[in-house]
Design a protein around this ligand. Structure first.
Ligand code: NDP
Length: 480
């Protein structure tokens, strides 16, 4: 690698810390290095945690106006640099440029939102049952927070964790996924340049089992907010309990159902399925990976969706003609293709896609299965790629049963023109997010985000609900 290659360093106590250099590649153009990053080791992670520990009391005592100003500045810079950061994100992660722009804007708005959340009431006053006693609940910061994030939203997910953490007076050590260190490195630069005091925000880039593990096992960390796979999440939980019984919040996978009833508007149903199942190359935890379709509309829906899926253009995310970008890594592509084989072996039928795209790069044709049963691995395990399957059902009762028959429970959608079916679904769907006549993916930053079952553990993220993880209620009684 040449010395002119863009590179990103770890941020520890306000200092940029180098390490062994690693390269990140463009999934659309194998061989093209997007940037290099400095690999952190356990000592670097330890130093970052200690810096965060030292900085925390001072940061929590900063006047709210000072914290607001810094968060607002971070948000404004993200918004100002949207175009440039979107190109980097598209090259690094492979999402379409338009989606990348949306993600940067989302990250910028998230920082601004939490800047202003600080002006909302932060506690409650209660009537005391005793005379001359004032009773109130105040909030204090959790302390030092370890943040571990996945590769699929390299800026939005760190933003929706880092912003509320800092707003509530915590200090942070961020460990991003190794596949997306350029985006995380740019975020760290922006946070540092906004005037964040040394040690308040630290970045350590490296393998989860090395630097991530240090965050889990250090008793100087008060809480861990994690987004990623369910297997890793279970490990995070065990380690947090074993090492200091620290607080943890886990957002994990999904196997999200989209129900299509006979009375649905076919065009709306196809649009929701196409977006929810395949956009962002299916690499969304809220992707619709099970399409549960009532018998009378089934054949019309499958024919229309298969045509629409086959027409999707897979290509370079920087090419405005592309509808779908590449799969993030060779390992993920191999896993997706493996599930296509598993689905075929289980007896489901491929009606669109099903193979590696012939172009150079990690491209895969979006794949639609029919004749799936909810007992198949195809319908039970998270694939995290552009693969979805249609399961036929007879009525709304069966649709709700099949939709809820999953270990996960992140999002669930229904397409119907019946108000009563929609209301029943909102009441009975076993998921943390329910959509009606909209894709199962696509959420708003000021509303709570999270699931049930194997999809989630701990308080909700985003919106005002984030406060429940990043602060500790303190009940105060004052006699007078
Ligand atoms: P992983 O679980 O593989 O990784 C998530 C993060 O955990 C990465 O930063 C990873 O580091 C780190 N990690 C891995 N092992 C350890 C360890 N032993 N200790 C500490 N940290 C560790 O998930 P992916 O990155 O592959 O992301 C895809 C998954 O994320 C999917 O299952 C998806 O559903 C889920 N997801 C959930 C969302 C939600 O909000 N519910 C949103 C987005 C994604 P590294 O990889 O760098 O080694």
């Amino acid at each position: 690698m040449t010395g002119t290659m863009p590179h990103h360093l770890n941020l520890v106590d306000g200092e940029w810390v180098d390490g062994e250099r690693r390269a990140n590649h463009n999934p659309a153009r194998p061989g093209e290095v997007v940037s290099e990053y400095a690999l952190a080791d356990r000592d670097t992670a330890r130093a970052a945690i200690e810096a965060a520990r030292r900085a925390q009391p001072g940061w929590a005592r900063q006047p709210v106006a000072a914290r607001m100003e810094i968060l607002d500045r971070i948000g404004a810079t993200l918004l100002r640099r949207t175009e440039e950061l979107a190109v980097l994100l598209a090259r690094e992660e492979g999402k379409l440029l338009a989606e990348a722009r949306g993600e940067i804007v989302r990250a910028g708005q998230t920082f601004r939102y939490y800047a202003h959340q600080l002006l909302q009431p932060q506690g409650e006053v209660y009537s005391s049952t005793r005379p001359n006693v004032h009773a109130e609940v105040r909030r204090r910061p959790l302390g030092v927070v370890g943040i571990i994030t996945p590769w699929n939203y390299p800026l939005a997910i760190p933003a929706w964790k880092v912003a509320p953490a800092l707003a509530h007076g915590n200090t942070v050590v961020l460990k991003p996924a190794e596949l997306v260190t350029a985006s995380a490195g740019e975020l760290a630069r922006i946070v540092a340049e906004a005037g964040t005091p040394p040690g308040v925000f630290n970045l350590v880039m490296g393998a989860g089992r090395v630097v991530g593990e240090e965050l889990l096992t250090s008793t100087a960390v008060d809480g861990v907010s994690f987004t990623g796979g369910t297997g890793t999440g279970a490990h995070v939980a065990r380690q947090c309990i074993a090492h200091g019984n620290k607080r943890f919040q886990l957002e994990m996978g999904g196997k999200n159902p989209l129900v299509v009833l006979d009375d649905a508007d076919l065009e709306v149903a196809v649009r929701c399925a196409l977006d929810g199942s395949f956009f962002s190359t299916g690499q969304r935890c809220t992707a619709s990976s099970r399409l549960i379709v009532q018998a009378n509309i089934h054949d019309r829906f499958v024919a229309a969706l298969a045509t629409a899926v086959s027409a999707l253009r897979v290509g370079d995310p920087l090419d405005p003609r592309s509808d779908l970008g590449p799969v993030v890594s060779p390992e993920q592509l191999a896993q997706n293709l493996d599930y296509v084989r598993i689905g075929r072996d289980e007896g489901a039928t491929v009606v669109a896609g099903g193979e590696h795209h012939p172009d150079e790069g990690q491209f895969m044709r979006p794949t639609l299965f029919t004749d799936a049963r909810n007992t198949m691995r195809l319908a039970r395990e998270e694939i995290f790629g552009p693969v979805s399957c249609v399961i036929r059902v007879n009525d709304l009762d069966e649709a709700i049963d099949v939709a809820g028959d999953t270990d996960f429970g992140l999002s669930a959608g229904i397409v119907t023109t019946s108000l009563s079916a929609a209301e029943r679904f909102k009441r009975d769907a076993r998921a943390g997010i329910v959509t009606v006549n909209l894709p199962t993916a696509g959420t708003e930053l000021h509303l709570p985000f999270g699931g049930t079952g194997a999809s989630n553990h701990g308080p909700r993220e985003q919106g005002g609900y984030a406060r429940d993880f990043y602060s500790v209620p303190v009940t105060c009684y004052t006699g007078w």
